[in-house]
Ligand binder design. Structure first.
Ligand code: GRF
Length: 197
């Protein structure tokens, strides 16, 4: 199962996937890691693991549609079975979504559909939830919307800050991601996660 991963940040979740793939516990091949910014720590992690990297730098494009087109073409050139957003902080546009429809996966550090967006952990904490968590889902054109594949709950502690809660969520996020990717690699389809009711 060929995966192109997209990331904007440190890439600690992606590291867990790369490690599992390298050790053979996860039957996937990360064929490339791409970013919207040359500063993403995920790029350095990928390079250190010997994985090809690319940047489609958002700052260098005049408009969002042109950037989205370039991202679509570059990603498609690796012929991935799935594209994984692992902390990719830009919303992919309609062209990208259409090109990888049903095959673009995202992880989010909240129990969707609650607390979508770039600050899911902060928003959940400020709301006062007692149980936070994470979601792996098929991404569509919305902000953290699309069919949910798996979720895990993380209790909120009275002493939590956004950072401490996010770190505990990420531990579960990595586990969940590895489970889902393992199931997809074993032949489960995204549709199999969503029983008709
Ligand atoms: C993850 O919690 C992801 O869901 C969110 O940003 C975090 C990425 O962390 N969008 P890292 O770059 O994998 O460390």
């Amino acid at each position: 199962m060929r995966i192109v991963a997209l990331a904007s940040g440190s890439g600690s979740n992606l590291q867990a996937v790369m490690d599992a793939a390298a050790s053979g516990t996860l039957d996937v091949e990360i064929v490339a890691v791409g970013s919207d910014t040359p500063d993403a720590g995920a790029l350095a992690r990928a390079a250190a693991a010997g994985i090809e990297t690319f940047v489609v730098d958002f700052a260098r494009f005049d408009d969002r549609a042109a950037w989205n087109h370039a991202l679509t073409v570059k990603t498609a050139s690796y012929a991935p079975d799935y594209v994984l957003s692992s902390g990719f902080m830009r919303i992919a546009g309609p062209e990208f979504i259409a090109a990888f429809e049903g095959r673009y996966l995202n992880t989010h550090p909240a129990l969707l559909p609650a607390f979508p967006g770039a600050h899911g952990v902060r928003d959940a904490l400020r709301y006062g939830v007692k149980v936070a968590g994470c979601t792996v889902h098929v991404a569509d054109a919305g902000v953290d919307t699309g069919p949910i594949l798996a979720q895990a709950a993380v209790p909120v502690l009275d002493t939590d800050t956004e950072q401490t809660l996010h770190e505990r969520i990420k531990v579960q996020e990595r586990n969940l991601l590895l489970v889902v990717l393992g199931e997809l690699a074993a032949g489960k389809a995204p549709e199999d996660y969503a029983p008709r009711r």
